[in-house]
Design a protein around this ligand. Sequence first.
Ligand code: HEC
Length: 117
Amino acid sequence: MKKTITTLLAITFAMISLAQRNKVTYDFPPEMTGKIREDFIKRWETGKTLYGINCAKCHNTKKKRKTIIPDFKPEQLTGYALRVKNAQHEASMPDNQVSPEELGLIVTFLVYKKKCQ
Ligand code: HEC
């Protein structure tokens, strides 16, 4: 009986850690608290979804079956300038597909996501 429970627990933990392999989390500064933090979490989650729809297909990579979202530097996340920086963006990020507000949310997601390294 004890052995069965131990085995079941081991399997559960293995499954949880597998499920979390691809989980992206945020990393807000500790001084960001209360209502502001709650708002940022909502914006961040929306930005994450929008990134998945509009950017992931070109920018995500796989490493040992784990999805890697690149760690862009703050100076690379230039909002509007991103749209026209390269030809691929001009074609794939028109305003009517990614609105300025949505691009802002995507940038919030990328700035505050936990860094890979
Ligand atoms: C059709 C493919 C494609 C899509 C879609 C795309 N990008 Fe890019 N992006 C590129 C390429 C190609 C580059 C230049 C090479 C590189 O840095 O990977 C680039 C570069 C960048 C850079 C670096 C710019 C710099 O200054 O070096 C950022 C930041 C970026 N993309 C963000 C985004 C965001 C945010 C989205 C979604 C709204 C997005 N990209 C959608 C292809 C794409």
